[in-house]
Design a protein around this ligand. Structure first.
Ligand SMILES: Nc1nc2c(ncn2[C@@H]2O[C@H](COP(=O)(O)OP(=O)(O)OP(=O)(O)O)[C@@H](O)[C@H]2O)c(=O)[nH]1
Length: 603
């Protein structure tokens, strides 16, 4: 690949709401600049989404970068570095990280859908990063496309000039050449000094089975050379650079990367955890004095316990978690024991989607059957003895008499919905203790801002929102602050024994409803035993809801009249099989589904 002067480099991201066509456009750009042959593209839907789950769910998780070579209409050769960014709210920190390495963004908006919650969130991130923005209206091939209306929306809501939006169909390829030209003519080149000391931004890092830890960098000043010795300023560690290169998306090695360039390096770095995203990489012998502005670290906000359904799988689970963590530093876990569920892990996630993805990968890639406990957020507690503590596991909650005050995290949510579902959306927010801040209109869609307790959102808010709006509402949120809350610890007692895995902190006013729903669900799912089993929801010593599983003697062989012994044995075997999926708790067997179902109730 040719080298070009810095004025012919363009570094950009594509920002969009989920499903507006970011990955499809990225693939088109790769294809049209010859990054991959048609044969390589075929059968490879969405080259940038590298993980299976990303592909299946159609969402981009890990930011990836490709270098494209483009000869523009002015006859000059350009290098494009395209950074793909995740579209989901849980991964907002990865978006801002990628944006810091670029000078411009293509803002992709589905011309049949218009501006959505994450269109706004992401474009604001891009504006914050000082980006030049080129609006691109996608899916103009659809009969429902209304590009003129959407242009107006972009101007009204985002406040940027949309008169020269590029109209495209990423699917058919229509208009995509205009996007390539717009990148050249409307986005600025990077700035940097080749003669200065090396200064590079550590954008991302991941583990590769063949290469070990791969570090994605953006060179700001100086030159990153193969064989040189560099220092990571944040961690203080020094390394000899083994490989330098970029992805086209195929890996291509070069001797050096100059200012303005984006690419990867490898060195004898053992673990992803040894690298700090946002760190400044410099010359080990003559380091620069000032570090680059880093990024906000990704902090887990949602926690839950994950336990193997079969206790024998604990070691497999431990190994699997270690593997996932190699490539996902934002996922954290520590060992936990539960009286009901045995050995497992308490895990931290960036959000609910992140939780679902990890859970799914564990079951799919590692063939693990898991039980997840109720998701929880981080609560701050002031104790009567003056101590301040943070807890994210209801099991750790101190005795109520020792607690002076509990505070819970709040978010500001932005929801866009077609008018006809507005009533249901407002009701949902209101039911979740929300307080409305703003209600405006974006074209024919209503945009509401709500303050909501995160605790109410982690349960099933997103699912509910999708269901009350038939999938049309979009949602984005960010954490705002902590506020005092009247929270209580609710326990579920089975046969008079508390089941720790089902404990949760709930708002006092919502405890009874949730408790009732949980015991009702459990009653239907716990099979009758030879004795009667009370199932209760309780706060402290006070029972707030109760159901009873009737006693029954379940003799599966009764029908066999003592005749055929092999048949009898078969039935007993079958019953034993069924038992394996149960958790013995005291004298009671609780089936796995009961745990899952109990936590899924919506009150
Ligand atoms: N009709 C039509 N469909 C398109 C067009 N571009 C993309 N799509 C379809 O829209 C869906 C979403 O496209 P993606 O490229 O996966 O969307 P994305 O924005 O990358 O989504 P995330 O990776 O989840 O952020 C896919 O089914 C595409 O085939 C287009 O121009 N016209």
């Amino acid at each position: 690949m040719t080298t070009v002067p810095i004025s012919n480099i363009r570094n950009f991201s594509i920002v969009a709401h989920i499903d507006h066509g970011k990955s499809t456009l990225a693939d088109r750009l790769i294809q049209m600049t010859g990054g991959l042959t048609d044969r390589e593209m075929a059968g490879k839907e969405q080259v940038l989404d590298s993980m299976d789950i990303e592909r299946e769910r159609g969402i981009t998780i890990k930011a990836q970068t490709v270098r494209l070579a483009y000869r523009a209409k002015d006859g000059k050769d350009y290098i494009f570095n395209l950074m793909d960014t995740p579209g989901h709210v849980d991964f907002a920190y990865e978006v801002s990280r990628s944006l810091a390495a670029c000078e411009g963004s293509l803002l992709v908006v589905d011309a049949s859908q218009g501006v959505e919650a994450q269109t706004l969130a992401n474009v604001y991130h891009a504006l914050d990063a000082g980006h030049e923005i080129v609006p691109v209206l996608n899916k103009v091939d659809l009969p429902a496309a209304e590009p003129e209306k959407v242009k107006q929306q972009i101007e009204d809501v985002i406040g940027i000039d949309a008169s020269e939006s590029v109209m495209i169909s990423a699917k058919t390829g229509l208009g995509v050449p205009d996007v390539l030209e717009a990148i050249v003519t409307r986005l600025p080149p990077p700035k940097g000094d080749r003669e200065a000391t090396l200064k590079a931004l550590l954008v991302d890092s991941w583990y590769d089975v063949y290469l070990g830890v791969v570090v994605l960098i953006r060179v700001v000043d100086g030159v990153m050379k193969k064989g040189s010795r560099v220092r990571m300023m944040g961690t203080g560690a020094a390394y000899d650079i083994e490989r330098v290169g970029f992805f086209t998306p195929k890996m291509t090695q070069v001797d050096e990367l100059g200012p303005g360039e984006i690419g990867f390096i490898t060195a004898a770095i053992k673990e992803v955890a040894d690298t700090r995203v946002g760190d400044t990489i410099t010359d080990d012998k003559k380091p620069v004095t000032e570090m680059l502005a880093g990024f906000k670290p990704a902090i887990p906000v949602v926690f839950c316990g994950l336990f193997p359904a079969d206790a024998d799988d604990f070691e497999t689970l431990r190994a699997a978690m270690g593997k996932l963590r190699l490539n996902d530093a934002s996922f954290s876990y520590e060992m936990e024991t539960s009286a009901a569920l045995g050995f497992g892990f308490r895990c931290g996630f960036l959000g609910l989607l992140h939780l679902e993805i990890i859970q799914e990968r564990l079951s799919r890639e590692f063939d693990l059957n898991l039980i997840a406990t109720a998701p929880s957020v981080i609560y701050k507690m002031s104790l009567t003895d003056g101590q301040e503590i943070s807890i994210h596991n209801p099991v750790d909650m101190p005795d109520v008499v020792k607690i002076a005050e509990i505070q819970e995290p709040w978010i500001e949510a932005t929801i866009l919905t077609p008018d006809e579902y507005l009533g249901s959306v407002l009701k949902l927010c209101q039911d979740r203790r929300g307080s409305q801040k703003e209600l405006t209109y974006v074209g024919s869609r209503a945009m509401v801002k709500y303050d909501l307790p995160l605790n109410e959102v982690v349960f099933d808010f997103y699912d509910r929102l999708k269901s009350v709006s038939k999938g049309y509402a979009s949602f984005d949120y960010h954490l705002t602050d902590y506020k005092p809350a009247d929270l209580v610890k609710m326990q579920i007692l089975v046969n008079n024994e508390p089941v720790d895995a089902l404990s949760m902190l709930v708002h006092r006013t919502r405890a009874e409803g949730r408790g009732r729903a949980m015991v009702e669900k459990m009653k239907d799912l716990i099979p009758p035993h030879m004795f009667q089993i009370p199932i209760q929801a309780a706060i402290g010593g006070k029972v707030i809801a109760r159901e009873t599983v009737r006693a029954l003697r379940k003799d599966v062989t009764a029908k066999c009249y003592g005749g055929d012994i092999t048949r009898k044995r078969k039935l007993l075997e079958k019953q034993k099989e069924g038992k394996k999926k149960m958790r013995q708790f005291g004298k009671v067997d609780i089936p796995q589904e009961a745990f899952i179902a109990a936590l899924k109730v919506d009150s």
